[in-house]
Design a protein around this ligand. Structure first.
Ligand code: CTP
Length: 424
């Protein structure tokens, strides 16, 4: 293998489509991947072509679909496509397809390619709840995960019939993010995503808090929640269980993450206090307001029309420093490992890095991820960070997508976690 692309742009992505009604949603996934610059090949199972025809896949991917192992025999297509793929995504994966994967079958183009590939494989199952919960399916998934396949949790909601429950295909945007996390992730010797967070539980805060001033106005910040989301996706593909405390985040929940939505700094503090001692690591990626209204006005704050110069005085008070409190309350306990973030602009003669170093020492978190705001990163796709230890010493640097940064932060975090006597 030559150089392995670690971004979706330029990557060769093989999309497997199983025979379920959710196959129509995969059209959006293919569009999304092509839009990112990926070279997409679609391998639909014969049953899936009953739901979405070959013409749709060929038009969206700009390539002929791969169905029969007896087509294009001279180029040994069933081996070539698996070998050439940088990433395989299967959506939807039916119970039958999961069983064939687990059994190592190679009875069509897709399963033959899966036996050949040394690329990360992301599987998005979709089926009725009973099939999802059947012990045979559960066992197949356990085996596939142990082999390094990323099996996403299905979404919960309305299914094809009148029933509802777990079994819905995750939204295409969420599958796309999982694909991004998988292609960027560290690999094992067989090319599968390294599940070095299996058996670990992470609490990740994301987004930006809002502090109400009156019934219509609030103090907020520009945080989109995307760095926290990238951390969640990255941790999930590496096998972690993820709890997300989401402060005003307008993004599709990463498949399998348990999400709690919060508004203000006080609500976020409460969510963190409730879960912190049950997790292996707390990752404070949220931008938390440092000040809140001393008193929220009951009625809308009015301007004085009689006096053009008058402005209301809004008294503020400090919020709780959630990170600092978490460090203090952990004391000498082994867990959770604690990761903070610091976005700095520099000022008063101090560089952004100087401020981050002293913040690392002041906050006492195990790691502080420093973002140099002079480069302007809020809401941007790309990022450049340095990871500092609690003495303010640099232990790692990362740049690129928020996903690449997320994996670099997790690489450092993994090294901090005490050994566990099991793998999941
Ligand atoms: N943080 C927190 N609680 C707060 C404010 C911040 O837990 N009330 C966390 C953030 O989630 C982040 C880290 O502390 O992980 C650093 O946030 P930042 O706003 O840079 O730090 P502050 O202590 O607020 O320092 P500054 O005066 O520079 O704003």
């Amino acid at each position: 293998m030559s150089s392995v692309p670690r971004t979706l742009a330029g990557a060769r992505v093989l999309i497997g489509v199983g025979g379920g009604i959710a196959a129509y949603k995969t059209a959006h996934l293919v569009r999304g991947l092509v839009g990112e610059g990926a070279e997409v090949r679609v391998a639909p199972t014969a049953a899936s072509l009953e739901f979405v025809g070959a013409a749709t896949w060929e038009a969206l991917s700009h390539h002929k679909v791969l169905t029969s192992v007896f087509e294009d025999v001279e180029s040994v297509a069933h081996v070539r496509h698996g070998q050439e793929a940088d990433l395989v995504v299967i959506a939807p994966a039916t119970a039958d397809l999961l069983a064939r994967m687990r059994g190592g079958r190679a009875d069509d183009m897709l399963t033959a390619s899966l036996l050949v590939t040394r690329a990360p494989v992301v599987v998005a199952p979709a089926m009725h709840t009973e099939m999802w919960e059947h012990p045979a399916t559960a066992e197949n998934i356990e085996v596939l995960r142990a082999r390094g396949v990323t099996v996403l949790e299905p979404a919960v909601g309305r299914l094809t019939g009148p029933d509802s429950g777990p079994g819905r295909l995750p939204e295409p945007s969420a599958i796309l993010e999982a694909a991004r996390a998988a292609i960027t992730a560290p690999r094992d010797e067989r090319g599968a995503v390294r599940r070095d967070l299996a058996g670990r539980e992470l609490l990740i805060t994301a987004g930006g808090t809002r502090e109400d001033l009156d019934p219509v106005r609030f103090l907020a910040n520009h945080s989109s929640g995307r760095q926290g989301w990238a951390l969640a996706h990255a941790a999930l593909v590496r096998g972690a269980r993820v709890h997300l405390a989401a402060a005003n985040v307008d993004l599709e929940t990463p498949p399998g993450a348990r999400r709690r939505d919060v508004g203000s700094a006080a609500e976020l503090a409460e969510a963190v206090a409730a879960h912190r001692s049950a997790v292996d690591a707390l990752v404070m990626a949220a931008a938390v307001a440092d000040f809140t209204a001393a008193e929220r006005a009951e009625a809308k704050i009015k301007k004085d029309d009689g006096d053009e110069d008058s402005v209301p005085a809004i008294a503020l008070r400090r919020t709780e420093d959630i990170l600092r409190r978490s460090v203090l309350e952990r004391g000498d306990a082994a867990r959770p490992a604690i990761v903070g973030f610091a976005a700095e602009t520099g000022g008063d003669g101090a560089s952004a890095l100087d401020l981050a170093r002293s913040k690392a020492r002041r906050k006492g978190a195990d790691l502080l991820v420093f973002n140099d705001l002079t480069a302007g990163v809020f809401g941007a796709a790309d990022n450049a960070v340095r990871v500092l230890d609690r003495e303010g010493e640099e232990v790692a640097r990362a740049e690129g997508s928020k996903t690449a940064v997320a994996h670099a932060v997790l690489d450092e975090l993994v090294g901090l976690l005490p050994e566990v006597p099991w793998t999941a």
